[in-house]
Design a binder for this molecule. Structure first.
Ligand code: SF4
Length: 463
């Protein structure tokens, strides 16, 4: 039996896409294995920064050198055309290690591309499973979910915003939303299978429409997903949102949801109106602050995260200072901060004359980071001593027969604690004992700890 492995770089969207790719591979009769052993290595790429692309290239080179027979298929944000080395002129194939490239929307076409490379493999199962073309639409592929308790559901693909630094509209194409009934049907199946947390995914989730019909209706979608609370859904999250479409009805819907998490990730990218204009972000700092004020009035418990680019071409010291003042006033709980790096084919990449020296960019990054940390740590410190609900994401063996579990609170804080069992996928109560930077360590309250004690200990308790 032919085997495959997938390496995913980048964001949750890519991880979710990989789950759909994995389903297609298994329907095509391939078996999942370790990267070093795979006949086919699928690399799901990110191109948000040059470093991300370099990592993918490095990974492919390493594997092709170690095993020249391995076939490498590349997908994700670095791919613009579907094809293989023999029939495509895509410049990606100037890189020797790549055999096949496929756009994520063409996932269902991928087994066809593989036929030439895997002549011994029987692809008939795939034809039988999907010969009717039922998965021609990428969204209709049922993902091979890795963690049943925490699932990711794409609601739209692509982007119409054309921020000047971003390659996404060119790689992922224009916005396409899934029909609401399809999204809800997928969410329902996942909750029935044990999902406690659903993250709705898209490049701009809040410009979601019901399929290609009518008006934007992200608020309606949130309220519909929230109804799955009665079936056991506990948390609804979403990413990424855009300030331009963060309308009052979305805030109102959030405030009424039983599965709401008091955490908003709303990328602002900069704190200077001039820089925002140069980035083509289509809103002002006043507009952003207004949204946050409304969120904090309606839901005062909300923690706030954002994305920032430091050192955008032409960013003056004065504009950088505006960014620092903005962050100081807003008291962010977290920032995904990046140093500007030009992406080929984007308008910002052509602003070479205004590029900022790397040392200066790094210095601004650190100055900004200090401001974010000051507020983020102070806000987290207020949670020490509190008992909070944690959804466990990973568990590993610790000492004395215990397990080290890690998960996130509803506010998206990372928490580590010991328990008698691996608790991945469970929602448990944890007292936050200590905060180190962005991370907490905690202990389970007595009653909870007994509930999840090691089996041996349970016997002792029962005697
Ligand atoms: S909104 Fe801007 S940054 Fe986000 S995907 Fe679209 S173009 Fe890229």
């Amino acid at each position: 039996m032919s085997t495959y492995a997938i390496r995913t770089f980048g964001c949750q969207m890519n991880h979710s896409d990989s789950e759909r790719v994995s389903q297609v591979m298994q329907k095509a009769g391939f078996k999942l294995t370790e990267e070093d052993l795979a006949d086919l290595l699928i690399v799901n790429t990110c191109s948000v920064r040059q470093k991300a692309e370099d990592k993918a290239y490095g990974f492919m080179t390493k594997h092709k050198r170690a095993n020249k027979n391995v076939k490498i298929a590349i997908t994700g944000c670095m791919v613009r055309q579907t094809g293989d080395r023999e029939n495509s002129r895509d410049p990606l194939f100037s890189f020797d290690s790549i055999d096949i490239a496929f756009r994520i929307e063409d996932t269902a076409r991928m087994p066809k591309l593989l036929e030439r490379h895997f002549r011994e493999h029987d692809f008939s199962q795939f034809e039988e499973a999907f010969g009717d073309g039922s998965i021609e639409n990428y969204f209709n592929i049922v993902p091979k979910v890795e963690n049943k308790a925490q699932v990711f559901v794409p609601i739209m693909q692509g982007c119409d915003k054309f921020c000047t630094y971003c390659i996404v509209p060119f790689t992922r194409g224009r916005e396409i939303s899934r029909p609401l009934e399809d999204v809800l049907a997928e969410c329902k199946v996942l909750v029935e299978a044990g999902a406690k947390e659903i993250t709705l995914l898209g490049q701009n989730v809040n410009s979601y429409k019901d399929g290609e019909k009518g008006e934007k209706c992200f608020a309606k979608l949130l309220l519909e997903v929230d109804k799955l609370h009665v079936m056991g859904l506990s948390r609804t999250r979403f990413t990424s949102a855009h300030p331009q479409d963060f309308t009052d009805d979305v805030i109102d819907a959030l405030a009424h949801m039983k599965t709401r998490c008091p955490y908003i990730h709303l990328p602002v990218q900069h704190g200077s109106n001039q820089t925002l204009r140069a980035m083509n972000r289509n809103y002002t700092i006043d507009k952003y602050n207004d949204i946050i004020a409304k969120i904090r009035t309606a839901m005062p418990d909300t923690t706030l995260a954002t994305d920032i680019i430091v050192g955008f071409p032409g960013e003056t010291e004065e504009q950088f200072q505006e960014l620092c003042d903005f962050a100081d006033e807003l008291k962010l709980d977290f920032s995904y901060t990046a140093i500007f790096s030009p992406r080929k084919h984007t308008p910002a990449a052509r602003m070479e004359k205004e590029f900022i020296d790397m040392e200066e960019k790094k210095s601004r990054f650190h100055r900004f980071d200090e401001i974010v940390k000051k507020h983020a740590f102070a806000q987290r410190a207020k949670f020490v001593g509190k008992e909070v609900e944690v959804l466990v994401e990973k568990s590993e063996v610790a000492e004395n027969g215990l397990y080290r579990n890690a998960g996130r609170t509803r506010e998206f804080f990372e928490v580590w604690f010991l328990a008698g069992r691996p608790l991945k996928g469970k929602e448990v109560m944890v007292t936050l004992d200590e905060q180190k930077g962005y991370v907490f360590s905690g202990t389970m309250p007595e009653v909870e700890a007994q509930k999840y004690a090691a089996p041996a200990l349970l016997k002792v308790l029962a005697v």
